[in-house]
Design a protein around this ligand. Structure first.
Ligand code: NDP
Ligand code: GDR
Length: 337
């Protein structure tokens, strides 16, 4: 029989790529979707199946990570083999504006989901979307043994969710794992994260639609990989014989300034002419440098990144240029299939 999976955060960057991956592997895929006053399933357009389609394998359920009763009901109805908890308030800067809300949906909701699994009495494997932001101020390189030192309400919430996951693994013998993922990006990245903000601006400046790009701290160093490869790593963690926690990263380091320069260069533009500083994009406490050591995932899961940051920059700039061309030509299609 085909395996089934429930994905929270299915409408997000990673959720949409993971849904595609699991469908390609023959899974029946269920996604939790928040009710919204406008469509929020744009990233699923490529795989959406009308409810009247015969032999449908993608199912969307209204639900919210802050609503435990619905979580129990959905889990009981589906009885999934695998649950991927990708839902979160995932923006670090915004977590300083909405710290308690972020603590609830990004932190406590992981515990709510684990409890829902127990309450629904389903035997499922569980993936928790943990983050390199948990390492925060601890200097690189960071691996599974590196101590946590979060620097934002988001990071604090993710540490809570990480320990909830480990505790339920140890206390109840659940197959529950943490994927500690370093930044991963794609043409589907939310428009306010730094990579997409930059590549979108490059496309718009090149087209004469935008004059300036206002940025925060250009000195921060990040380890940027390619999202479709990271969702493959999530899946592999749940296929391993033992539940364990893994870092996924590229083990390379570029500053935000490097990223900006590469993106403008790719479009034949001089970045210094367009980029201005705006302190509103600074954070009260910053994470200076994240560089991941993924050797455990390489040895035990055979996982390795192929697309590194310079190629990622080109993929994202090209996609934003194409998207703008399509918009302007009235072709309302997404190009990052
Ligand atoms: P996105 O911000 O693109 O997606 C977040 C998803 O969570 C969206 O589907 C969103 O729904 C959903 N969501 C938000 N609040 C709730 C809620 N209360 N109930 C149910 N769903 C909710 O994130 P990414 O895809 O980039 O990341 C996926 C996960 O991985 C997140 O947990 C993130 O924190 C974590 N992570 C991401 C990394 C990265 O570099 N991308 C690195 C490490 C960890 P809606 O569309 O309605 O807003
Ligand atoms: P991050 O991603 O905080 O690493 O969290 P983001 O792209 O928001 O910031 C990366 C770095 O860029 C600096 N920066 C700016 N950031 C934004 N968003 N906007 C700006 O204008 C800007 N200028 C400079 C930031 O200060 C930071 O140093 C992401 C999220 O996906 C999390 O959910 C995930 O857990 C981590 O990656 C790993």
């Amino acid at each position: 029989m085909a395996k089934s999976a429930l994905i929270t955060g299915v409408t997000g960057q990673d959720g949409s790529y993971l849904a595609e991956l699991l469908l390609s592997k023959g899974y029946e895929v269920h996604g939790l979707v928040r009710r919204s006053s406008s469509f929020n399933t744009e990233r699923l357009d490529g795989i959406y199946q009308d409810p009247h389609t015969a032999n449908r394998r993608l199912f969307l359920h209204f639900g919210d990570l802050n609503d435990g009763v619905t979580l129990i009901n959905v889990l009981r109805d589906i009885n999934p083999d695998e649950v991927y908890n990708l839902g979160a308030q995932s923006h670090v800067r915004v977590s300083f504006d909405q710290p308690v809300f972020t603590g609830d949906v990004t932190g406590v909701a992981a515990m709510r989901l684990l409890e829902a699994v127990r309450a629904a009495r389903v035997r499922t494997k569980i993936y928790q979307a943990s983050s390199s932001e948990m390492f925060g101020a601890t200097p690189p390189p960071q691996n599974e043994e590196t101590p946590f030192y979060p620097r934002s309400p988001y990071g604090v919430a993710k540490v809570y969710a990480y320990w909830a996951t480990r505790n339920y693994r140890e206390a109840y013998g659940l197959f529950a794992v943490n994927g500690i993922l370093f930044n991963h990006e794609s043409p589907r990245r939310g428009e306010t994260f730094v990579t997409r903000k930059v590549t979108r601006a490059v496309a718009r400046i090149q087209a004469g639609l935008q004059e300036k790009l206002y940025m925060g701290n250009l000195g921060a160093v990040r380890d940027w990989g390619y999202a479709p490869e990271y969702v493959e790593g999530m899946w592999r963690m749940l296929q391993h014989s033992e539940p364990q926690d893994y870092v996924l990263a590229t083990n390379t380091a570029y500053s935000v300034r490097d990223f900006v320069q590469m993106a403008f260069d790719h479009a034949g533009l001089e970045w210094e002419k367009y980029v201005e500083h705006d302190e509103r994009y600074e954070r009260p406490t910053e994470v200076d440098a994240l560089i991941g050591d993924y050797s455990k995932a390489k040895t035990e899961l055979g996982w390795e990144p192929k697309v590194l940051t310079p190629e990622l920059v080109k993929i994202m700039v090209d996609a934003d240029v194409q998207e703008l061309d399509d918009e302007r030509a009235g072709r309302n299609i997404r190009i990052d299939s």
